[in-house]
Design a protein around this ligand. Structure first.
Ligand code: 13P
Ligand code: SF4
Length: 302
């Protein structure tokens, strides 16, 4: 492993490349990553980097977003078939039908969506800024897609906006059931339960804290509590265990894993960096329209 890490770091330097990694990636990816974070932080990094090459250790829509934000850079995805099931739940045509059903209502898309979908939405958001983004829109009704659970959670936080959601969801987070929270609370009554807003509404309502990947990590950092139940992807639990050896982290249940996030290996990173393969290409017209949707988000979330 050490040799692999050294080879990647050498190539990175020689090619003026950076590696951005999502917190759901296998934890060893952090050994070569220049930046590890949630969707929002990663898109902010992608927008400001001076590197020539961005290797995106994540899923397709994340690398595509990086390419839209930095069109002059080469963006490489270590595993081309690392998609996102939720993003695939709404196509361009399905979006157009959804919008036609509710004319003149602003459309907010979760960053977990394709460039085509972003190109027809007013603004995009991530789980860390969804409330802030919806609040920034001057409308008492908004369309939210594709994640129905994040949309409904935002509606509840704001209280004065009707959020009309598209019926998409994250299959990984939906594996967490209310009964899992009940059971784990009985076993660890002292632990604070921290959940991601992609979880189903009942699960979110049962949690002590609901927030994005970074939100969960910051909660742990600032909390005096010593025990936490983590109701999100295993990568977050793994990193918390590594970073806070004096605290106890209990995954809400076994195998809350996003399979496509776990496809990336250090070998893949070395290969794409060396051969400069798996380059992300986005149609220019779509990219320009999608960029407006992403830029609006970054403008609100500076
Ligand atoms: P965040 O990175 O915004 O927490 O989102 C989680 C996720 O599911 C990414 O696909
Ligand atoms: Fe998509 Fe869910 Fe995987 Fe995130 S965890 S990339 S939303 S399938």
């Amino acid at each position: 492993m050490q040799k692999l890490v050294e080879s990647i770091n050498k190539l990175k330097k020689a090619k003026n490349a950076i590696i951005l990694a999502h917190c759901y990636q296998p934890a060893e990816i952090d050994l070569v990553a220049d930046f590890v974070g949630d969707s929002l932080a990663l898109s902010q990094e992608a927008a400001k980097t001076n590197a020539q090459i961005i290797v995106f250790a994540g899923v397709y829509f994340m690398a595509q977003t990086a390419k839209i934000l930095s069109p002059d850079k080469k963006v490489l995805l270590p595993q081309m078939n690392a998609g996102c099931k939720m993003a695939d739940m709404i196509t361009y045509n399905q979006l157009m039908e959804f919008k036609a059903k509710y004319p003149h209502i602003p459309a907010v898309c979760y960053v977990n969506s394709t460039a085509e979908v972003k190109s027809e939405c007013d603004v995009c958001c991530t789980s860390s800024n969804a409330v802030e983004i919806v609040k920034s829109i001057k409308s008492d009704k908004i369309l939210f897609l594709p994640d129905t659970y994040l949309g409904k959670w935002v509606e509840k936080q704001l209280g004065n906006v009707e959020v009309i959601t598209y019926p998409g969801f994250c299959p990984t987070h939906l594996q967490i059931k209310p009964a899992d929270i009940e059971n784990i609370r009985k076993k660890y009554p002292q632990a604070a339960v921290l959940a991601h807003p992609e979880c189903n509404t009942e699960v979110s309502e049962m949690a002590d804290y609901v927030g994005s990947t970074t939100g969960i990590m910051n909660y742990v950092k600032n909390s005096k509590n010593k025990e936490f139940v983590i109701a999100t992807e295993q990568g977050v639990t793994d990193r918390l265990i590594r970073d806070y050896p004096d605290k106890k982290f209990i995954p809400v249940k076994e195998n809350i894993i996003c399979p496509t996030m776990k496809m990336t290996s250090l070998e893949d990173i070395l290969e794409v960096l060396d051969k400069e393969t798996n380059e992300i290409v986005v149609d220019e017209k779509i990219a320009q329209k999608a960029a407006k949707c992403i830029d609006r988000m970054l403008e609100v979330s500076k």
